[in-house]
Design a protein around this ligand. Structure first.
Ligand SMILES: [Zn+2]
Length: 582
């Protein structure tokens, strides 16, 4: 069954693939737009939409800005920005261009997004598919944390020197004689992903936690200077203000005035951990956000003092949104009990967590994959499921080979080198949390404790809109004033945009240049895009799920997915919270 409705430039198509009816390739959405444009122009044949959008989104002329600064505030929801708590961020967002349809990269976790910000590519291409990843050449039986810098060095060695499977922003800038400076108060794995080639002198990387008290800067020639002038970084304990402030000092007192970078990437590790422990909107979360905003203000002050304020472009992003967790699932235990995995630690099915779970099935056994998926479809806590594409069509299918699944390729996860066989996201709601923000989700029992979770415990990683929707705005010398753009953007768009403002054009990145935000670029209201919803069903398990994607030309954004109630026993259960658990 296939339907397409054209509504003032917005196309919505629903596609249902089920056991009895072969899936139909969703070609109509784009065709509908092209037909409408062709009818309107009446002259010649209509332009294919991707080519039309590519031609629109070209940065105008020579940039005025001589410096780009990117602030990434870890886990900052866009609805946490206001003039009282975050006067600097609120002003920049109001004065510049705010992107209403922003996207974290799925799974909506820190290191996946760090790698996407650092490369302009999605996980299928850069290879960091989760906060934990399973690469048999590093560990044949278990996943490892991409938050551990030393493990990333092992991965790098096991991958012939390629930590990221595509070139990074630091490398792309260096090839044009430009310099990237990354200053990060994050954990060392995240920091290393942001500019791993700094150790070879490709730009610089400052991170107080690389090897605390010993290695805080790369290349090593910088390390003594930073340690002598600033001492070791405080840890990220408590609200992490010490680590944030230490990195801020190194940025304002050393990197900006003395190192002459063309692009600065300042990763501020909060409010992530404050919100994990206390929840978004909590007093602790708000205090962490206020301190992050204060640090942004100090950088702006320094730019004024250096006479660079008028010639700087600023981007402010967060890696992901945030939601309250109410329930934890031990999926491995569920598979063991169902006879689909030998034991919790067996390597027949290796489960890597990013709250969303990635399942690696030994030998990519399609029979076993199908059996696991059907088991998952019968569980109330399951949201969307992804498997390798169904075969047979002329174009890669948007549907997975198991009924009721979407394809990994549809969501940029069809990585031959490091990809999983099954991705499964957990259920979520738009319920209001005790702190007055929307977004509640089930999570993986990564701490080994399944069932209702302690109140306040919060996280991210799912395909819920509360995790996907992140902070994204731009301000500065080449940025339009006071606009809100409805055009979808994602964290992969940062690198191509910053490169364009540095006069560097790179073809073949997954991300696009956000030229609609640039002075002289297209009107933000005149960039065509399509949003469509896809529906899948497995008649055998009574399972249905939906996925919303938006396309800007050839660039596909993953909006959200959700379980569709069928009114049967397989329908999702309501959110559960144990009122006695504090
Ligand atoms: Zn994060």
């Amino acid at each position: 069954m296939l339907t397409a409705v054209l509504r003032t430039g917005l196309v919505m198509a629903s596609i249902m693939g089920c056991a009895g009816a072969p899936a139909v390739a969703p070609a109509s959405a784009q065709g509908a737009v092209s037909e409408a444009e062709g009818a309107a122009s009446k002259a010649g044949s209509p332009s294919p939409l991707p080519a039309l959008v590519d031609a629109l989104l070209v940065p105008p002329g020579r940039p005025r800005g001589t410096l780009s600064i990117v602030f990434v505030l870890d886990g900052l929801r866009p609805d946490s920005i206001n003039p009282v708590v975050t006067p600097n961020l609120a002003r920049l967002r109001a004065e510049g261009v705010s992107f209403a349809a922003s996207h974290s990269v799925f799974p909506t976790v820190t290191r996946v997004n760090a790698a996407s910000i650092a490369t302009g590519n999605y996980p299928a291409r850069h290879g960091i598919i989760g906060n934990t990843i399973f690469v048999p050449a590093v560990d044949a039986a278990a996943p490892f944390s991409s938050g551990d810098y030393l493990k990333l060095r092992e991965l790098e060695r096991a991958s012939g020197g390629q930590l990221l499977l595509t070139r990074s922003l630091g490398e792309l800038l260096a090839e044009s004689g430009k310099k990237l400076a990354v200053v990060s108060s994050s954990g060392n794995g995240c920091a290393y992903l942001l500019n791993h080639r700094a150790r070879d002198g490709v730009g610089v990387l400052i991170n107080g936690l690389l090897e605390p008290g010993k290695v805080v800067a790369l290349p090593s020639a910088l390390n003594d200077t930073v340690l002598q002038r600033f001492g070791p970084s405080p840890t990220r304990e408590g609200l992490g203000a010490g680590a944030v402030d230490w990195a801020g000092r190194v940025l304002t007192e050393y990197v900006l005035p003395e190192l002459g970078p063309d692009v600065v990437l300042n990763w501020i590790t909060q409010p992530d951990s404050a919100q994990h422990t206390h929840g978004p909107g909590s007093a602790e979360g708000v205090a962490a956000i206020a301190n992050a905003d204060r640090n942004v203000g100090l950088v702006l002050e320094k730019l004024r003092a250096l006479g660079r304020y008028e010639t700087t472009n600023v981007f402010v992003l967060s890696d992901h949104g945030f939601a309250l967790n109410d329930f934890a699932v031990d999926l491995g235990d569920s598979l063991v009990k169902a006879g689909l995995k030998a034991s919790a630690t067996s390597d027949d099915v290796v489960i890597a967590s990013s709250q969303t779970l990635k399942l690696h099935v030994k030998g990519h056994d399609r029979h076993q994959i199908r059996a696991i998926v059907e088991h998952l479809q019968r569980q109330p806590w399951t949201d969307a499921i992804f498997t390798h594409a169904a075969e047979g069509g002329a174009a890669p299918s948007e549907l997975g080979f198991v009924d009721g699944t979407f394809s990994l390729g549809l969501i940029h996860h069809d990585s031959a080198a490091r990809g999983a066989d099954i991705l499964v996201s957990f259920a979520w709601t738009s319920d209001v949390t005790p702190h007055g923000l929307r977004g509640v989700s089930t999570r993986d029992a990564f701490d080994g404790v399944a069932g209702p979770v302690k109140e306040g415990s919060s996280g991210h990683g799912s395909m819920s809109p509360w995790d996907v929707r992140n902070t994204w705005f731009a301000w500065g010398a080449d940025i339009k004033r006071g606009a809100t753009s409805p055009v979808p953007v994602a964290n992969v768009d940062l690198a191509p945009s910053v490169l364009a403002l540095s006069g560097v054009r790179v073809a073949d990145l997954d991300g696009r240049i956000v030229a609609e935000a640039f002075e002289g670029g297209p009107d933000v209201e005149k960039v065509p895009f399509e949003t469509r919803s896809l529906l899948v069903e497995n008649a055998t398990t009574g399972y249905r799920a939906a996925l919303s994607v938006s396309d800007v030309g050839r660039h596909r954004y993953i909006d959200k997915s959700w379980r569709v109630s069928t009114g049967t026993a397989a329908a999702p259960a309501p959110a559960r919270r144990d009122p006695s658990a504090r």
